[in-house]
Design a protein around this ligand. Structure first.
Ligand code: GTP
Ligand code: MG
Length: 663
């Protein structure tokens, strides 16, 4: 880590001067956020995808004991740009962003491999005549590409310090900090040297800037960049092809999911077994009774049932981050845009959609980049259909129940669930654009970033962050839900005499056979139906019977209306996963309904899968939609339409698969 973060924050009063504000400015994908992260020790999202940062972000850095504000800004191509991100950057530079003053010092981040294009915007920044320092980033890549850049020449012609760095590898950041420190101590405005574009000219034409940038690049850069570019173009021709590109995307995703399944199955088996034996071990120490059951079934069963899926969450985010960093996902965005445009979604919606695969909430907020109101509304309405991480435990459970020993089929089904969500979302958008939100959309203009060896560290920190969020949820929300549910599913406790006569008859029949195990199982089932949860479940079960759910599954669905991942822990508690040696999946696989038939048949599993793909079961998302669209009308509409689609979809799936596959 850099010097800036290793110096401890000073105690208040030690800073003699008022702190300066330092802004990171440059083209999209130049590495501003990567630099910001390495200077501040933060983990703001970076990606090999232009337009990753859409709002400003600030943090403190310490230079020789002085605390300063470092501001990361969205990338821009020009100061006259019309996109909302470019507006944020322009406002920030002009001191019009909220209560922020004009930045005291500018760090102009240039991508050394794309010097000409970066200098076009750079000339506008230099022209502002503010104290500026140039961070010539990606110098590692420039060198690997065979480019030799004369830093002295650039520095002389730009009229300010130029420091070659590789933000991603922390290379030369100390020199950058030293020079930055000198500039902060003595802020001198750049002179623009002999830069023809800006010497004495303000508001130059794009063409003259471009000519100046090309000439300057020619004077300061030696070497050709042809070999790689040529291969990139060849690959791009394939992966961005109208149909071949789509097929590539689908195949790649399917392979990724199969890999995730296969890889995750080892730690998952291990975790499942570990929770089962922990439950047994803890149970052995506690005296028999309700408290022991609360701990083994409610606590370990409920929370463990959810944590089993941690490996899949981790590996999924790891792979997605690698793909994004490699530059491939920008190509996928390009390919998908052709489809999205047809169904009336703006190309800019791809980034929110991608983000929605982690969580709908930041995705809905990032849809602010879409300027047209209807485009944005349409995007927000379908964002929660994307497969967010909260759905993963449910999908993973269902798929594991269907294909316990077949990673290929399991992976394919999982990938199909993603595909159904995307296709469903496109179809629904199509309908909305032709009914409630008519109008034309803008196609996407995206610059394809270079292919790049993905950063393992970035992938690791992203997936660790996501895993931590997941574990925190399991330790808080899920924990409370599991304990409350255990109480509801246990009380009032019935002795055999208190049960309805139909149960008493069945129990005495089983007792007559002398099979004590069968008697215990039946008594436990009768008791759970007698409990509050059991009665509620039986009350609502008729509504879910056509979808193939028994009363416990119905309780699960209702229970997870506020947060979908609660489903798995609910089932773990209701089907007594903490109680069994087989762990969660084993006990679900053997679960039987009142009539004695297996609960998790293929039709029921498929119906559950479809229900959870489409249902809006996330209260926080509804609150955020309300906040963004200022009112409850649209979130209410969203809740109703998604639940309806989910119910009807699951109904059709269950009935059709019952017809074709049998129970
Ligand atoms: N090889 C190499 N890659 C880098 C370097 N700095 C950043 N990157 C990569 O460049 C990509 C873009 O980095 P970001 O920091 O997200 O770029 P940004 O300028 O913030 O982009 P926007 O937010 O879209 O404006 C990521 O894949 C980084 O890992 C570097 O010094 N060398
Ligand atoms: Mg950024």
């Amino acid at each position: 880590m850099s010097e800036a973060t290793s110096i401890p924050l000073p105690v208040l009063g030690q800073t003699s001067q008022a702190s300066m504000s330092i802004a990171l400015v440059g083209n999209p994908n130049a590495g501003k956020t990567t630099l910001f992260n390495s200077l501040t020790g933060l983990r703001a999202k970076t990606a090999n995808f232009p337009g990753t940062t859409v709002d400003h972000r600030q943090a403190t850095i310490v230079l020789e004991g002085e605390v300063h504000q470092l501001v990361d800004l969205p990338g821009a191509y020009s100061l006259e740009g019309i996109s909302p991100e470019e507006e944020v950057t322009r406002d920030a530079l002009m001191g019009k962003l909220g209560d922020k003053a004009i930045p005291d010092v500018i760090v102009l981040v240039l991508d050394a491999t794309q010097l000409t294009r970066n200098l076009v915007f750079g000339s506008q920044i230099l022209e502002l005549g503010r104290p500026t320092i140039v961070a010539l980033n990606m110098i590692d890549e420039a060198e690997a590409n065979g480019l030799e850049i004369s830093v002295e020449q650039l520095s002389e012609e730009l009229g300010c310090e130029v420091v070659p760095i590789a933000a991603r590898h922390g290379r030369n950041l100390d020199e950058l900090l030293n020079k930055l420190n000198a500039l902060v101590k003595q802020p001198v405005a750049g002179t623009c040297g002999s830069a023809a574009a800006c010497a004495g000219c303000s508001g130059c034409q794009y063409s003259s800037r471009f000519r100046w940038a090309t000439d300057l690049t020619r004077r300061s850069v030696q070497g050709e960049q042809t070999a790689r570019t040529y291969t990139n173009e060849k690959i791009d021709r394939i992966v961005t092809h109208r149909w071949v590109g789509l097929a590539c995307f689908a195949t790649l995703m399917a392979v990724v999911f199969m890999l995730i399944f296969w890889l995750a199955s080892f730690p998952m088996d291990w975790l499942d077994g570990m929770f089962a034996s922990t439950s047994e071990l803890v149970g052995g120490f506690l005296p028999e009774g309700d408290f022991r059951d609360l701990i083994t079934e409610g606590l370990i069963g409920g929370v463990g049932g959810m944590l089993v899926f941690l490996p899949q969450i981790f590996i999924l985010f790891f792979m997605i981050t690698l793909l994004e960093d490699s530059g491939y996902l920008a190509r996928a965005a390009f390919v998908m845009d052709r489809l999205m445009y047809r169904v009336g979604l703006p190309g800019k919606a791809f980034v929110p959609f991608l983000a929605a695969h982690a969580c709908a909430i930041p995705a809905i907020m990032s849809s602010r980049v879409i300027d047209d109101r209807r485009d944005r509304l349409n995007t927000i309405l379908i964002i929660p259909l994307m497969t967010c991480s909260a759905r993963l435990p449910v999908f993973a459970m269902v798929v594991a129940l269907m294909f316990p020993d077949n990673a290929v089929l399991a992976g394919l089904t999982f990938a199909a669930a993603y595909a159904i969500a995307i296709i469903g979302a496109l179809a629904i958008s199509f309908v909305f654009r032709r009914t409630i939100l008519p109008g034309k959309t803008k196609p996407l203009v995206i610059e394809l970033p270079p292919y790049r060896l993905p950063s393992l560290r970035n992938a690791l920190t992203t997936s660790l962050d996501q895993s931590r969020l997941f574990v925190r949820k399991a330790g808080t929300t899920i924990l409370v839900f599991s304990l409350v549910l255990w109480v509801l599913a246990t009380y009032p406790k019935a002795t055999p005499e208190m049960l309805p006569t139909s149960w008493q008859d069945q129990l005495s029949q089983v007792e007559a056979t002398g099979d004590a195990d069968a008697y215990d199982t039946m008594l436990a089932q009768a008791q759970s139906e007698y409990s509050i949860a059991g009665r509620m479940g039986k009350f609502i079960q008729p509504a879910f019977a056509p979808l193939g759910y028994d009363w416990r599954l119905s309780v699960g669905v209702i229970n997870s209306f506020a947060a979908r991942e609660v489903m798995v822990s609910t089932l773990a508690v209701l089907y007594g996963a903490g109680d069994e040696e087989e762990g969660l999946l084993g006990s679900l696989r053997q679960a039987r309904d009142a009539s004695g038939s297996l609960v998790f048949t293929t039709p029921t599993c498929l119906s559950l899968l479809i229900f959870y793909i489409f249902a809006m079961q996330c209260f926080p998302t509804l609150v955020v939609v309300k906040r963004e669209l200022k009112g409850w009308k649209w979130p209410a509409f969203q809740l109703v339409y998604m639940t309806l689609v989910a119910y009807v979809g699951a109904l059709i799936t269950y009935q059709a698969s019952l017809y074709f596959l049998g129970a």
